[in-house]
Design a protein. Structure first.
Length: 318
């Protein structure tokens, strides 16, 4: 979307930028995020082949920015975002230390999303923006930050859904009017649901699910939610919880194996989502099942005992 044109006079940033959290180990592909502790002073950022968005976190700071010959002096407040398209270098000078939630989108990931929006070429570009204030974008950014900081992250499909929505918001503000209503055709919905159920133990992506529906990713997400009543990622997690519950009650596999068979990263990941969606953890579920089995067995023994000791009616003496 934008060719990289390095600016030789801009060296890498001179201030310290320490990553407190990073998505590098979370399996996200085509996008990523970091929570950065940024020192006061001058920071020079070179041009790269990714689109970047830096969202300010916490107390306001005075900041001066220079990027693509544009200058701005402002007070950067919580939630304000700077959008830096791929290929642009710049510098930022903050008068105090701050925290930045930094999100990046690979060119290929952004291009696929933009192409599927069916926008005019002139409208299908990420543009340089300083101090963007957009409540909807902020909501998506904070959801992605929560995912980054969670002890047990969700399926990468959730993060992909958030980043796709963020790109849509950055490029067009909202989906084209003709693509905001309607539902999946019954056969299409059945085909997608069948594919999800058959591949719960594997990594699922929006691209492959949308391809099964023969729709663009943004259009597919909107129609899926209208049809099933929940976002794609939520439906997938619900189905994984249901499979895990069934396998646990069967009692033939270990909990760690069941987690993998159900598509969770590990056992604690499964326990987190089972507790969140069904209100009981795997251990609690098995405890309830054992209690029910004991109660049924006891009832059976009592019934047998009562039948064996039932008093015979007194003999009649005519």
């Amino acid at each position: 979307m934008n060719a990289v044109t390095p600016i030789s006079t801009l060296a890498p940033h001179s201030g310290s930028r320490i990553a407190m959290r990073s998505s590098r180990t979370l399996g996200w592909q085509g996008f990523g995020a970091e929570l950065l502790s940024v020192s006061a002073g001058l920071h020079r950022l070179p041009a790269i082949r990714h689109h970047r968005v830096g969202v300010h976190v916490g107390a306001p700071v005075n900041a001066r920015c220079l990027c693509d010959a544009r200058r701005l002096t402002r007070i950067q407040a919580h939630g304000d975002a700077d959008v830096i398209p791929a290929g642009l270098a710049g510098q930022w000078n903050d008068d105090a230390a701050c925290t930045i939630f930094s999100v990046w989108f690979a060119e290929d990931f952004a291009r696929r999303t933009v192409e599927q929006l069916a926008l005019k070429p002139a409208d299908a570009q990420l543009r340089l923006r300083f101090q963007m204030r957009d409540p909807r974008f902020q909501h998506l950014a904070w959801a992605l930050r929560a995912e980054l900081e969670a002890d047990d992250a969700s399926d990468p499909l959730y993060a992909e859904s958030l980043c796709t929505a963020m790109l849509v918001r950055l490029v067009s503000g909202e989906l084209p009017a003709g693509k905001r209503r309607g539902t999946l055709a019954p056969r299409t919905a059945a085909r997608v649901i069948e594919f999800i159920d058959a591949h719960l133990d594997q990594r699922l992506t929006l691209d492959e699910l949308a391809a099964h529906a023969q729709l663009s990713v943004p259009h597919f997400k909107a129609l899926f939610r209208e049809t099933l009543g929940v976002p794609v990622h939520r439906y997938v997690v619900q189905r994984r919880v249901e499979r895990a519950r069934t396998l646990l009650l069967q009692g033939r596999l270990s909990a760690s194996r069941i987690a993998l068979e159900s598509g969770f990263a590990h056992q604690s990941h499964m326990a987190h989502w089972m507790g969140r969606l069904s209100g009981v953890t795997p251990r609690e579920l098995l405890g309830i099942a054992r209690d029910d089995a004991v109660a049924v067995a006891a009832a059976g023994r009592d019934s047998t005992s009562n039948a064996g000791t039932r008093a015979e009616p007194p003999a009649r003496h005519d």
